[in-house]
Design a protein around this ligand. Sequence first.
Ligand code: C2G
Length: 727
Amino acid sequence: MTFISIIIPFNSAQRYLRDCLDSISEEKLDDAEIILISNGIDEPLDEFLEDYEDLNIKRIDFKDNIGVARARNIGIENAQGEYVYFIDCDDYVDKDSLNKLIQAAKSTKADFVNGERITTPYIRSRFNEELEKPHAVPHKKGDLSDMEYSLLLLARDKTKKYEFMSCLHSLIKKDKISDIRFDETQRYFTDYYFMIDVLENIESFYGVEGAWYAKRHRDDPVNLTSLSQELKDEKFVLYFDQYFKVKDILAKKQAKKFKILSKHITIALYKYYYYRYSLLFLNNKKECIRTVYFDKMCEISKDFDELVNWKSKREVKALQSKDMVKYEKLLRFRYGYVQTKKIMKKPSKLNLWFYNEVYNKKPTQDNKIIFISFGGKYYSDSPKYLYEYLYNNYGDKFEYVWVINDPTVEIPGNPKKVKRYSREYYKEVAQSKYWVTNGRHPGRLRKKEDQVIVSTWHGTPLKRLGLDIGDIYTKNPRIKESYIKNGEEWDYLISPNQYTTNILKSCFAYPRDILESGYPRNDILYNATDSQVNQIKENLSIPNDKKIILYAPTWRDDEFYDTGSIKFTLKLELDKLKEAISDEYIVLVRTHYFISNNLDLTPYEGFAFDVSSYNDIAELYLISDMLITDYSSVFFDFANLKRPILYYTYDLDKYEGMLRGFYIDIHEEVPGPLLFTTEEVIDSIKNIDEINDKYKEKYDKFYETYCNVDDGNASKRIVEAVWKNNL
Ligand code: C2G
C-alpha cells in the first residue's frame, strides 16, 4: 500500500523543479507516489521527466494556470497514500528529511508529523554548506510536549520570523482530511485556513527535530515571481489582515491546540515588528510604511503585552498609543545603541554612520561629479575617459572627485581623490549630484532623489549576467536582487552595441532607455597616437624588441577563499610557452580585478610580466600584438584593433554548462580558435598567420556586429547627452 502521497503543484520553472525532484529521489522511498499537477506550463515536460523514471510520478496536466489551491485539492483527490505531504515545485527537502518524517509517522502513528522549514536563497547543491551556519540551528524540543513542539514547527519558519503556518513539510493522515479542501476562490494565504480545518480533526502530533525543508527564496522576482513576490507592497497589508482574521477564528475555538497556535502567530508578528518593521520604518522611504503599515502595526501591538521585555516595552507602548514621534525616537535609540556596538567592534562603520546621519541629510552640489572604476581599484575604464573628456573640454564647469584606493595614482587635472569607504568618500558621495560608475554600486549607499547615476557598465557580455543567469554559484546568493535594485536606480546606462543593449535590458530588468553610444573606454583605441603607444611601453619597462601577447583571463564564480575573495590558478604553462616562443614574444599576464592572489612570475623573468596592477587595460591592448583570453569581455574591446585573438578555454564545459552559460555560441561566433592545452596555444601562436586567414571572415562579421558603434567619439556623445544642460 502507498504510505505517502507527495503533492506538487507545478506552474513554473523547471530548473527549480529539478532540485525538488532530485531531493525526493535521493530519499529512495519505496512506498511513495508523487502527484505532479502541472498547470500553465509552456516548457515540454516529457523529456524532463524521463530523468525521474525511478519515481512513481502521477502526472495531471492542465493547460491553464489553475492556482495553487485548486492544484493541491486535485492532488488530495487523487492521493492513494495513508498520508499526504505537500511540497512546492521550487522547494526541496534536505537529505533524509522526508525519511525522518516517515519513520516518525510509522513509529508514532500520529495524525500529523512535521519538521523544520527554513527559507533559503540557495540552490540545493549549496544548501548544505549554508546549513552549517548558526542561524539554522533547529528549534529545540526541550521539555515541550509532542503537540506543542509540532505546533511550534508548524507556525514558524526558522529564518522568516514573520510567517505563520504553512501546509508544507507535514505528513497529514489522509482520512483526517477527507472533507477538507483549500479555498479555491482565494489566491493567497489559503494555507492558513486549510491548516486550521485540518487541525480541528487532528488528535495526535509529532514534530521531528532537524528534518529540514528548504523553502526557496526565489532569486528572480521579475521573471520567476513567487506568489508572495507578486504582491509587492500590498503583501504586508494583506498579511496583517490575515492575522486578524486568523486570530478571530482561533479565539472562537476552545481546544488547547488552537490556543497554542494563536500564541505562536502573535509571536511571529511580534518578531516581524521587532526585527523587520522597525527597520523599514527607519530606513524605507515608502509612504505606506508610515501610514497604512503603521496603523496596522499599532493595532496588532495590542496583542504584544505578554511578549514585551525591557527592551521593547516602551516601543510597544508608543505603538499602542499611536504615538509616531515617540515610537521613532525610541527606535532611533535602539538602533543607535546597536550601531554604537558595531562601531566599537569595527571603527570604520562610523564612516557609514556619518554618511547616513550627517552627510546625506545635507544638500547635493549641482556641479559635483564623483567617478569610480572597479571599486576604486583603478583609474580606468569608461569613467576615466568620460572624466578626461569633461575635464579637457569643460574643465572649470564641474568639480571632480575620483574614488581611488591608491592615492599615488596620477590623475590629470588633479581632482580630489578619496579612498573607498573612507569618511571623505561618504562625504563626497553624498554631496555629488552625479555618480559615474562602471559597476554595481554598494547596497549601503542611499541615492537621494536629486542625484543622478551614470552607469557605464564594464563590457560587452559573453557570460550571462544578473537575471539571465540560471542558478547562482557566486558567493552572493542575492546577486539578482542587487541587479534589479541597481537597474532601478541608474538614470543613464551606456551600451557599446545593440547586442549589449538587449542584454542590459533583460539582465537588469532595466526600465529606461539605454544610451547606445559606444564605449568611452574604447575611444583611445581609435585616437591614440604613436608617441602615446611608445610612452605606454616605456612606462611598463618591458623589452621593446619583442612582440607582445596579452593574456587576460576572467574569474570563476566557484573559485574563492573562505573569506569570499576570489582566487585564480594560472593554467597556462608559462615554462612551456617560454621555451617555445620567447625569442619572438613576451607575455603580459593580467588577472581580473576580482582576483586577490598575486602570481609568482619570477621563474619567467624577462619573458612574462605581471601587469595585473596596471591601471588601464585599454593601454595594454594598444601595445599588444595578440590577445589570449577565455570568457572575459576583453575580446570585444580588443577586436576594435582587429588584431589576433586566441581563446584558452581549458574549463569550457564547466564554465558554459554549470557556472554561467553564454549569450552567444562561443564555438561558432568568436573570432579566434578555442584552445584547451598550452601546446595548442603554442601551436596557434606559431601559426598565427594561418589563424588570421582562417578567421578573417568570422572576424569581419564579429567586428561588424560588436564594434560597429565605437569610433573614438563615445565620450563626446555621452557627455553631450547627460550634461546637455550644464555645458
Ligand atoms: N578586465 C581586466 N583584466 C582582466 C579581465 C577583465 O582589466 N584580466 C577588465 C576589462 O575591462 C573587462 C572588464 O574587466 O572588460 C570585465 O571583465 P570580465 O572578465 O568580462 O568579467 P566581469 O567583471 O565578470 O564582467 O558585461 C561584462 C560582464 O559584466 C563581465
